[in-house]
Each structure stands twice: as C-alpha cells, then as structure tokens.
Design a protein around this ligand. Structure first.
Ligand code: DP6
Length: 356
C-alpha cells in the first residue's frame, strides 16, 4: 500500500524518541492471514489493551549508513526479530531517505514471545517512537497499516480499552485497520494473567496460522463463523453485558485452539495447568463469580473478571499447581510517546542505552 498522500514530515532535525505500549488480549481472536501479502488478517478481531505490562522502546536515527542496531531486553535481537523490525523501519525510511541506520533499544517488563502479545506492544511502541524520531506525522489509518504489516495484533495496541481490528475489503489492505470501541474507564474490568511458562513458545503465531490454514479441515468454518462472533462481542461491549461477552469470548478462544490443534502436525499451545485453570474459571462462574477465560498462542491463561470477583479469581488461580505467578491488569491506554523526563517502564533507563 502507499502511505505517502496523507503523511507529512513534521519538520525539525532527525532525532530520537521513546514510546510505551501495552499488550492486548483478543477476545474474538485473529488467526489466519489473507493471501497476497501485506499481513492482512483473514478475520477481524476484538481485544482489550492491558495496563499491567508494558514495552518501552527508544529509537534513534543516526543519519549515517550501516546496519540497524536492535536490542531487545538488553541483548542483540535474534535474526527473525531483527528482520521484522528492520522491515518496519525501512517502510518509514521511505519518507526520510537520509535517516540512516537506527539504534533501537526495547525492554518488556513481562515474558517475551510466550503468548503474552509481546509482538503487539513491541511493534506498536516501535512505530510510535520511530515515527516521532523521524519527525513524521502519520494519519491514524497509516499508523494502523504500518503496525499491521509488522504484526497483525499490533494495531490494536495503538489504542486503549476495547479495540476492533477490521479485516478490510480493499485488496491493498488500506482499510484493514484498528478502531477503538470503548475507552478503558467506561468498563473497569480486570484481567488476571496466570503465567504457566515463561519460556518462548516453539511455534510462533505466524507459522501457526500458516500451518492451520494450509492443513486444517476447520479453516473455512473458522472464517465463515467469525463475523457473527464479532457482532456478538461488539453488542456485549456496547451494553456492558458481561455474560454475553463471556460466552462469545470463550467460544472464540476454544474455536481458535480447535483450529490450531486440528492442523497437521497439530499445534497444542496448552500445558496441563492451562486446562486446570480453564476448569477452575468455569467453576468460579458457576459459583456466581463474573469471570471468563481466554488463551492466546501459548500456555498462559487470562481470566477477565469484575472487581467483585477479583479476590476469588486470584486465590483460585494461585492454588493451581503449575501456575507460577499472576499478573493483575486493568484496561490500559494506547501507545504513546514518553516525555523526556518520564522514567522508563521496567525500571531500566533505556534512553541512556540508546545513547551509548
Ligand atoms: C493468538 O499478531 O502475533 O494472539 O501477525 O504473524 O505477528 P502476526 O501474528 P500475531 O498473532 C496473534 C494471534 C493471537 C490472537 C490475537 O491476538 O488475536
């Protein structure tokens, strides 16, 4: 797609900028890509942006040649991450050909690549920081498209609260963009993340989707049954109808995992404690607590609940052998630039590292 017509250079010299973004969890899941490139999602999705976890990314353009220097969590990024980050930077450098190589330093204060949406917060923070460092002023849709080309879930982290990502109709993907549905303060839910394994998953989402669509007999049914789930979740969010949102979210989660499991070879992202946690959450709900589960492409379980249910949810999840720790979140804000005087998330001064 072309981004140039509406984007403009804000002026000023090339510089550096830092941004923070939060992961999001999908309630109606994205799984599968359209053919033809552009990382266009095969289905729309609806998510919640979380506040209890953050990616902090600082970008500096050097104005001279050479390779981009990309560090993640204090170490050189692996080849795959390096390639994906450079691809996004290259798209932005089209507007500013003299930008030169970039120095990128990114820190997550939560496990990376373990089904906790680190690519969503990571690419959202990278985009916002790099755009500012280049002095660009992109439109919201351009920002969504650039984030989506890097990672399909990343546009959702550009916004806070409940967010919908559209699959779009246009062949160039220009309408495959995210839109906010409800700001965080409007429905103060909690999300309790039960961390079951901190290690990186073996099969990333991109490969998982490719394999599911290439081999599962359920892929067509997943796509054709998806629009109804989006309508249902949108309505539930609009009316703050917890039971309705619980029903459609759990159904979408189980449907996505059924699709992944039915690939060849099958993709089983769950561990034993994942299944235990799902049973406990359903039991809590039967006992009158407002809580439901969702699981992304990893073993961690996310329990979405009301304030009244929070204490019981925490206690029950912590009682499961195999749950290592809990991360308790509320709905969070969208990605934003950090002011120069703001401290960095995760307690590390990333800015200083970029300058080294
Ligand atoms: C299971 O956004 O990580 O979390 O577009 O290949 O980067 P890429 O995939 P990614 O996939 C997320 C999949 C999911 C469901 C969701 O977040 O909607």
């Amino acid at each position: 797609m072309t981004h140039s017509p509406r984007s403009s250079r804000a002026g000023g010299t090339l510089g550096q900028a830092c941004a923070v973004a939060h992961p999001n969890i999908a309630l109606v899941k994205y799984w599968g890509k359209k053919d033809g490139g552009g990382n266009r999602p095969a289905v729309g999705s609806i998510s919640m942006t979380l506040n209890g976890m953050a990616t902090q990314t600082c970008v500096r353009f050097t104005g001279s040649g050479g390779d981009d220097r990309i560090r993640l969590g204090g170490a050189e990024a692996d080849a795959n991450t390096h390639r994906r980050v450079r691809a996004l930077l290259d798209r932005l450098r089209r507007y500013v050909p003299d930008a030169g190589a970039a120095e990128v330093e990114s820190v997550n204060d939560f496990p990376t690549g373990a089904g906790l949406a680190s690519s969503a917060s990571g690419f959202a923070a990278l985009l916002v920081a790099a755009e500012a460092a280049l002095g660009l002023r992109l439109s919201e849709d351009e920002r969504s498209c650039l984030a989506r080309e890097a990672s399909g879930s990343a546009p959702r982290s550009l916004y806070g609260g409940f967010v919908e990502m559209s699959t779009g109709q246009s062949p160039d993907g220009s309408d495959a963009v995210a839109r906010p549905l409800l700001p965080p303060a409007d429905w103060p839910l909690h999300v309790v993340v039960a961390v079951i394994r901190e290690e990186e998953k073996e099969i990333g989402s991109g490969e998982g989707m490719r394999r599911s669509f290439a081999t599962s007999p359920y892929a067509a049914a997943w796509v054709s049954s998806h629009p109804a789930d989006l309508v249902e979740a949108r309505e539930a969010i609009r009316h703050h109808d917890f039971s309705r949102l619980a029903a459609v979210s759990e159904a979408s989660c189980l449907k996505m995992h059924a699709l992944a499991m039915s690939a060849r070879p099958g993709l089983l992202y769950w561990r034993g404690a994942t299944v235990e946690a799902l049973h406990e959450i359903v039991a809590l709900r039967r006992g009158g607590h407002e809580v439901f589960f969702t699981v992304d492409a990893g073993p961690q379980v996310k329990a979405v609940c009301t304030s009244e249910a929070l204490a019981a949810v925490r206690e029950r999840l912590l009682s499961i052998a195999g749950v290592r720790r809990l991360i308790v979140c509320r709905l969070g804000e969208g990605a934003r630039l950090l002011a120069p005087e703001e401290p960095c998330a995760g307690g590390r001064d990333v800015r200083r590292k970029v300058n080294q």
